[in-house]
Design a protein around this ligand. Structure first.
Ligand code: ATP
Ligand code: 4MY
Ligand code: MG
Ligand code: MG
Length: 317
């Protein structure tokens, strides 16, 4: 009965601007129906047309980076300041760079008992730099193996093309600019903390397998990877070993989510966290992603709708 009341009373128009593929995975009928039952109408936005013709909107969610879309959104926002934009583009941009994304973690001061949250040591290599200098720099501050990650992480396919690098020789094969991040043995499990405003959920997934010291002596150059599940066993990709692995403490998950949400000024993101295999109280944030694949969460319809209800009922303008 309450559902009928909701649909007959206040309705909230939430516009979404997403690539076709993203809309297909995220805007499932089950989400449309659940949101609709709770007073939220999800409206597809055509990013090629002015938004003024498509409103009004109580809120807009988006993951699109074309200049045309940015112009339309800016124009609409300036004329409709009461529409809540989730999230402002300049804040999203901060996590499109693998250095500035992790800087946010180092600024956190979260109250944790018996645990630390850090980031792995990392350096940036720029194409323009002299390679010998860089060898020295890497030799001084990082220990192999390292993971080479494109500096820019803005949703293109190439920004997910990573490599495990075992020695200086392996650096020569990389595309620049690139971030070199120390590989940390972590038992082949990555924890993914999904955040949508106050909604937080943590799941575990398989990750690269540990590289024992003795194995390292036999490895050289670099091994590219982009989808861990497609790696051969000896290179990585856990074989379902994440089943039965203990989750991080709930307080760590909620405090990290809350702290990053405030520090980044973002609502929709996930955080990849690993636990040091040699120190079970040491957690490391390795990646932060804007507007990730929420549909993979069980009950994502409730997760997202609760978030949108918080937004539309907030006083934020
Ligand atoms: N420093 C590290 N130590 C150990 N393993 C790591 C490290 N960094 C990344 N990995 C492994 O590589 C995977 C991919 O790295 P990362 O998450 O940074 O890439 P991505 O392309 O941004 O991923 P996503 O698809 O989540 O955006 C991680 O999920 C983890 O399994
Ligand atoms: O496609 P999927 O559902 O796997 O979602 C992935 C998402 O791709 P999509 O936005 O194109 O959907 C990625 O976005 P970009 O970095 O490429 O922008 C990134 O956020 C991944 O971390 C997500 O995987 P998850 O972390 O949730 O496992
Ligand atoms: Mg990741
Ligand atoms: Mg990422």
């Amino acid at each position: 009965m309450s559902l009928v009341v909701a649909s007959q009373t206040e309705r909230h128009r939430v516009g979404y601007a997403l690539e076709t593929k993203k809309a297909a995975t995220f805007i499932q009928q089950s989400l449309i129906d659940y949101a609709n039952d709770h007073g939220i109408d999800l409206i597809q936005i055509d990013p090629t047309k002015p938004l003024l013709q498509q409103g009004p909107f109580r809120c807009i969610i988006h993951k699109l980076y074309t200049q045309q879309w940015i112009n339309h959104l800016n124009q609409f926002s300036s004329q409709n300041p009461a529409t809540i934009v989730i999230d402002p583009m300049e804040r999203v941009n901060r996590i499109h760079n693998r250095v500035s994304m992790l800087e946010a973690v180092t600024k956190l001061q979260i109250p944790l008992q018996n645990a630390t949250v850090e980031v792995p040591k990392q350096v940036v290599l720029n194409e323009s730099k002299d390679f010998n200098e860089e060898e020295e720099e890497v030799g001084l501050s990082l220990k192999f193996p390292v993971i080479a990650k494109p500096l820019v992480a803005n949703g293109t396919a190439t920004c997910h093309e990573l490599s495990l690098v075992f020695d200086i020789e392996g650096l020569r094969e990389l595309s620049f600019p690139v971030v070199l991040q120390e590989f940390v043995n972590h038992g082949g499990v990555v924890f993914k903390i999904y955040v949508a405003g106050n909604q937080v959920d943590c799941v575990k997934r398989k990750s690269l397998t540990d590289i024992p010291e003795e194995k390292l002596k036999t490895l050289n150059g670099s091994v590219p990877f982009s989808q861990i599940s497609s790696l051969r066993n000896e290179e990585g990709g856990g074989g379902g070993g994440e089943v039965g692995v203990e989750m991080p403490p709930e307080s760590l998950v909620t405090e990290l989510a809350k702290g990053l949400r405030t520090e980044l000024g973002l609502n929709l993101f996930n955080v990849d966290v690993i636990r040091d295999g040699n120190n079970p109280t040491r957690y490391l944030v390795i990646d932060i992603n804007y507007f990730p694949g929420y549909a993979k969460l069980t009950s994502y319809e409730t997760f997202i709708t609760n978030f949108l209800l918080d937004v539309v009922h907030s006083n934020a303008a």
